[in-house]
Write a protein that binds this ligand. Structure first.
Ligand code: ADP
Ligand code: MG
Ligand code: MG
Length: 897
C-alpha cells in the first residue's frame, strides 16, 4: 500500500511531483534544520485518487490520524485539547503554484471551547477571538463556498460602530460579537452550524483543497499555462504559530535579493501583530524588513542567517514567508522566487561571480522568452499619450507611424521614408506587402493566432489585433472610434504588449539590450544611462556568449533582401536559411510575369523572362554581398501563381464593363486574354495546387531564370573579390523525380554560366521537406538533394490537413477551449505528429547520405520549445526571423546544457 501522508521531515525538494512545491520546500527547510512548525503533507497521489474515485481514500484518514499524533507529540499540544489545544493550518500546494485553487485555512481546531483555552494559555483573550473569527471567515469562504463579502461586511459594521479603522483595534468583546454573527452566517448559508469538531474541520478542509483542483478558474489557468490536468494538488497540514500575539509577534515576507535588479540585500515587508495574508492584503502599512532589526535584533539576525542558508542551498534567489511568535522565528514557506526578465540575466551572472553556480547553470536560469522581452522597443514611459482603444497585444513592441489602409499606400509611405501603421479589419496573405512595409499592424478583428498576429510575430513586428472598438472603414479610408476619426496619414502609436492604441506620436526607444545585440557591448554600455542597464547588458552578453560556445545548432535567419540579411548578420545569424524570392516578382515586375503567363510561344516567354534577369541578378548580388562568406539558402519561387496575377473577379468585371460600353482595342483584348489565362489556372484550393516545384516544372524558364541569376551573381561577386555561398532550394518537393528534373536543369545552367566566365561554380542544390510524402521518402530524395530544409509551416498544414489562413477563426478557439490543442501548432511544433515526420525525414535522409545537411526554416525556428526539439532531432541549424536570432542562439545553447 502506498503511503499517502508524509511528515515534513521525510521529504525533500526534489519531490515536487508528489508533495507539491510548497510541501517539498517545507521538507527541504526541515532537512536544513531551519525552524519550521511541524506538519505533514498529503500527497498529490491522494488527490488523484480522490479525483478518480470521487471520495478521499479511507487510508488517508487513517494516516492523517497517525501523523497528527506525531505532530502533537512533537509540539506537546493536542487537537481539541481543553488546556493547550493544537491549532493547524491546512494549505494547498500543487507542483506549480496556481491561482484559482483553494488557498489556506488557518487556526483549524478552534471551536467554542478551545477558543477559551487558547485565550487562557496564551494569556490573551483578544488574540484567541481574533483567531477564531479568522477561522470561520476563511473556512466559510474556501471550504463552505460562502461569499466572502458577507463576512467582511460584518467586520466593517463593527469597526464603524466601534469608531476604529483597523481590525487590530477591535477588542475581545467586539470580536466575540463578530464570531457570533459569523456563525449565524454559516448556519444561514449552509443550513448547518459551523463544525465544532476539530478533526472534522481538518477533514473538510483537506477535501476542499482536493476539490478546488477542478474549479473553473483553476482549469482555465492550467489550460492557459499548459499545465497538465491530472497532476493534482498536495495538502500541507501544519501546526500554527502566531504572529498575532502582540507587539513582539508579527509576520512577513522577504527576498534574498532584489527580484527586479538582482542586487543582494535585505528586501521584504514585516507587519507586527498580524497573521497570514495581512501583509500582502494591504490592510495596514507594513514596515520595511530593516525596521525589524531595531525592534527585535535577535530574531532579525536569525532570519538573515536563514536567508543566507537558503540562498546558498538553493543557489538562487529565494522568496520566504515567516512569522515571529513572541520573539521566536518560524519559517513558513520558501521557493525560488519569480523575477523580471532583466533580473533573470543579472542574477544568473551574479551567482556565477559569487561562485554559487557555473556558466552552464546560468544558461539554464534564463529563457529565450525573457531575452525576447528585453529586445522589444519600448514606449518612453514618461511621454504623454491619448489612449483611444485597447485590443490584444499579439506581437510585442512599440510602433508609431502614419496610418495606411492598403498595400499601395503603405508601400508609398514607406518609400517616402515614413513609418507606417497598417490598419485593416483583419489581414490576409494579400496584405503581405503592406505588412512588410509597415512598422506595426493594427486590426479590429481576430485573435492571437489570426493571420495578422502570426505573420507579425514571425516578422518580429509589433501588432495589436482585435481592437473591436475601432470601426475600420477601408473604403472611406478612416477609422472611427468614439468621438475620434482617424484618417489615412494620421499618426497612431500601438503597444504590441499591452494592446493599447494611442492617438498621435508617442516616443519610442530601442531597448538597451537591442542596442547591444546590433551594436555590441561597448557601444551599448556607452549609451546606457545607469549602472543597472550597464550590468544588464554585460550579463546578457556573458550568457549569450556562453550559449554560442555551447550550442551545436547553427542559427541562420530568414531574410529576403540585402537589408534584412545585414540586420540578421548583425544579430549573429550564421547564414540565411530561407530567402523567399517571391517579392522579386511583385511591384513593377508583375507585368513581366503577366507576359510570361500569357505567352503563347516559347520565344515570347523567354523574352519576357530575359527582361527580368538583370533585376534578379541585382537582388542576389545585394543579398550575397550582405552574407559574404556565409551560406545563403535561396528558395526558388514558391507561392501559387495566381498571387502574382490580377484577381479573376476584377478582371471579369473589367471585361464585362468594357463589353457593355462597347469598348474595344488592344487594351481590352489584353485584359480579355489575361482573364482567360487567369481563369484557366484558377484553382479552388491553391495551397495544394500549382505552386512550388509544380510551378517550376509547368512553366519552364521560371526556375531557370532564377538559377541563372544566382550563378551570374556569383560571377559578379567573385570579380569583386567576394566569397558568395548560395544554396539553391526547391520548394514543395513530393517526389525525388521532381528534384531530379530541376537539378538537371540547374546543373546545365550553372555549367553554362561557369563556362562562359571561365570559372568553376558549384552551388549546393537541396529541397524543402514540407509534404509528408517528402519526409516518408526522404531516403530517395536524399539521393538527389545536397541538403534538406524542413518547412514546418507547410508541413504542419499538410500533416494536419488544415489551412493556416483559415483555422484561426474557423475552429482553433474551440480546439483550444476543449483541449484538442493546447497551443497553436503553428507557434510551437507539434512534436508528436509533425515532429515525427521531421525525425523520419532526418533519419531516412541520413541513411542515404550520412553527411546530409539538415535545417529548419519557418516560424518554429525561433520558438524556444521547438528549438529544443530540433536539437534533439539532430538538425544542423535552425533558421528564424532576424529578430529572433538572439533568442534562437540562446535556446540552442540551453538545449545542450
Ligand atoms: P499561499 O500559497 O497563498 O502563499 P500559504 O499556504 O503560504 O498560502 O499560506 C498563506 C499564509 O498563511 C502564510 O504566508 C502564513 O502567513 C500563513 N500561514 C500558513 N501556515 C501557517 C502556520 N502554520 N502558522 C502560521 N501562519 C501560517
Ligand atoms: Mg505562501
Ligand atoms: Mg512552404
Amino acid at each position: 500500500m502506498s503511503q499517502y501522508v508524509h511528515m515534513f521531515s521525510e521529504g525533500d525538494r526534489d519531490q515536487k511531483d508528489l508533495l507539491g512545491g510548497k510541501g517539498a520546500n517545507l521538507a527541504e527547510m526541515v532537512k536544513l534544520g531551519l525552524p519550521v512548525p511541524p506538519g505533514f503533507t498529503i500527497t498529490t497521489e491522494a488527490c488523484r485518487a480522490y479525483l478518480t474515485e470521487g471520495r478521499v481514500p479511507p487510508e488517508v484518514r487513517v494516516e492523517v490520524t497517525q501523523r497528527l499524533r506525531d505532530v502533537e507529540d512533537l509540539i506537546g499540544r493536542t487537537l481539541g485539547d481543553s488546556e493547550e489545544p493544537l491549532l493547524l493550518s491546512v494549505r494547498s500546494g500543487a507542483k506549480f503554484s496556481m491561482p484559482g485553487m483553494m488557498e489556506t485555512v488557518l487556526n483549524v481546531g478552534l471551536n467554542d471551547d478551545t477558543v477559551q483555552s487558547l485565550a487562557s494559555f496564551a494569556g490573551d483573550e483578544r488574540f484567541a477571538w481574533d483567531s477564531y473569527r479568522r477561522l470561520i471567515q476563511m473556512f466559510g469562504k474556501t471550504v463552505l463556498d460562502i461569499d466572502s463579502e458577507r463576512f467582511s461586511d460584518v467586520l466593517d459594521t463593527h469597526k464603524q460602530e466601534a469608531g476604529v479603522e483597523a481590525d487590530v483595534d477591535l477588542t475581545a468583546d467586539h470580536l466575540k460579537a463578530v464570531v457570533a454573527e459569523f456563525k449565524q452566517i454559516v448556519l444561514d448559508e449552509t443550513g448547518n452550524p459551523f463544525p465544532q469538531t476539530p478533526r472534522r474541520q481538518v477533514d473538510m478542509a483537506i477535501e476542499a483543497v482536493f476539490r478546488s483542483w477542478n474549479t473553473e478558474r483553476a482549469q482555465l489557468y492550467r489550460r492557459r499555462e499548459r499545465i497538465a490536468d491530472d497532476l493534482g494538488t498536495a495538502v500541507n497540514v501544519q501546526a500554527m504559530v502566531f504572529g498575532n500575539l502582540g507587539d513582539t509577534s508579527g509576520t512577513g515576507v522577504c527576498f534574498t535579493r532584489d527580484p527586479s535588479s538582482g542586487h543582494s540585500g535585505v528586501y521584504g515587508d514585516y507587519l507586527p501583530n498580524a497573521q497570514g495574508e495581512d501583509v500582502v492584503a494591504g490592510i495596514r502599512n507594513t514596515l520595511a524588513l530593516t525596521d525589524l532589526e531595531d525592534r527585535d535584533p535577535a530574531a532579525y539576525r536569525e532570519l538573515r542567517t536563514a536567508m543566507r542558508r537558503l540562498e546558498t542551498h538553493y543557489r538562487d534567489l529565494c522568496d520566504i514567508e515567516f512569522t515571529i511568535e513572541r520573539g521566536k522565528l518560524w519559517m513558513l514557506q520558501t521557493r525560488v522566487g519569480k523575477r523580471t526578465a532583466g533580473a533573470a540575466f543579472r542574477i544568473a551572472t551574479q551567482l556565477v561571480d559569487e561562485a554559487l553556480i557555473t556558466m552552464d547553470e546560468a544558461l539554464e536560469r534564463v529563457t529565450g522568452e525573457q531575452l525576447g522581452q528585453l529586445l522589444f522597443p519600448q514606449f518612453d514611459r514618461e511621454a504623454e499619450r491619448t489612449l483611444i482603444a485597447t485590443g490584444m497585444g499579439a506581437s510585442p513592441g512599440a510602433a508609431v507611424g502614419a496610418v495606411a489602409f492598403d498595400n499601395a499606400s503603405a508601400e508609398a509611405k514607406q518609400a517616402e521614408g515614413s513609418s507606417v501603421i497598417l490598419v485593416r479589419r483583419e489581414t490576409s496573405p494579400e496584405d503581405l506587402p503592406g505588412m512588410i512595409a509597415a512598422a506595426g499592424i493594427l486590426t479590429a478583428r481576430g485573435g492571437k493566432t489570426s493571420h495578422a498576429a502570426v505573420v507579425a510575430r514571425g516578422m518580429g513586428k509589433c501588432a495589436v489585433v482585435g481592437a473591436e472598438d475601432l470601426v475600420v472603414d477601408v473604403a472611406a479610408k478612416e477609422i472611427r472610434v468614439g468621438e475620434h476619426v482617424v484618417r489615412e496619414g494620421d499618426t497612431l502609436a500601438i503597444d504590441g504588449k499591452t494592446g493599447e492604441v494611442f492617438l498621435g506620436d508617442v516616443h519610442v526607444v530601442d531597448s538597451p539590450v537591442m542596442t547591444y545585440i546590433s551594436q555590441g557591448v561597448e557601444a551599448a554600455v556607452t549609451i546606457a544611462d545607469d549602472d543597472e542597464t550597464r550590468e544588464l547588458i554585460e550579463a546578457v552578453d556573458r550568457v549569450l556568449q556562453h550559449a554560442d560556445a555551447r550550442r551545436r545548432l547553427r542559427v541562420r535567419a530568414n531574410a529576403d533582401t540585402g537589408e534584412d540579411a545585414k540586420r540578421a548578420r548583425d544579430r549573429g545569424a550564421e547564414g540565411i536559411g530561407l530567402c523567399r524570392t517571391e517579392h522579386q516578382f511583385l511591384g513593377d515586375r508583375r507585368q513581366q510575369i503577366e507576359r510570361v503567363v500569357l505567352a503563347e510561344a516559347d520565344e515570347e516567354r523567354e523574352a519576357a523572362l530575359a527582361e527580368l534577369l538583370p533585376a534578379q541578378v541585382e537582388d542576389f548580388v545585394d543579398l550575397l554581398t550582405a552574407m559574404d562568406g556565409l551560406p545563403t539558402t535561396i528558395r526558388l519561387i514558391d507561392p501559387p501563381l495566381h498571387e502574382f496575377l490580377p484577381d479573376l473577379t476584377d478582371l471579369t468585371v473589367e471585361v464585362a464593363l468594357a463589353d457593355e460600353r462597347g469598348e474595344s482595342g488592344p487594351e481590352v483584348e489584353r485584359t480579355r486574354a489575361l482573364r482567360d489565362a487567369v481563369r484557366a489556372i484558377h484553382e479552388s484550393n491553391p495551397m495544394l495546387g500549382l505552386r512550388g516545384v509544380r510551378l517550376g516544372l509547368k512553366i519552364p524558364g521560371l526556375f531557370g531564370l532564377q538559377i541563372r541569376a544566382i550563378a551570374e551573381a556569383v560571377v559578379r561577386l567573385r570579380e569583386e573579390g567576394k566569397d558568395p555561398q548560395p544554396e539553391i532550394m526547391v520548394p514543395l518537393i513530393g517526389s525525388n523525380r521532381e528534384l531530379v528534373i530541376v537539378r538537371r536543369q540547374a546543373e546545365e545552367i550553372i555549367a553554362e554560366v561557369a563556362e562562359a566566365n571561365n570559372q568553376s561554380i558549384e552551388i549546393p542544390i537541396g529541397c524543402m521537406i514540407e509534404l509528408p510524402r517528402a519526409a516518408l521518402t526522404a531516403n530517395r530524395i536524399a539521393q538527389t538533394a545536397d541538403f534538406f530544409s524542413f518547412g514546418t509551416n507547410d508541413l504542419t498544414q499538410t500533416t494536419w490537413g488544415f489551412s493556416r489562413d483559415d483555422v484561426e477563426t474557423a475552429f482553433f478557439p474551440k480546439y483550444l477551449e476543449n483541449g484538442v490543442l493546447t497551443i497553436s501548432p503553428f507557434e510551437t511544433l507539434d512534436a508528436i505528429g509533425v515532429g515525427e515526420l521531421v525525425r523520419i525525414g532526418v533519419e531516412k535522409g541520413r541513411s542515404t547520405k550520412a553527411d546530409l545537411k539538415t535545417g529548419v526554416c519557418g516560424e518554429h525556428g525561433g520558438d524556444p520549445e521547438s528549438i529544443h526539439f530540433f536539437h534533439d532531432a539532430g538538425l544542423d541549424y535552425v533558421s528564424c526571423s532576424p529578430f529572433r536570432v538572439p533568442v534562437a542562439r540562446l535556446e540552442a545553447g540551453r538545449a545542450v546544457v
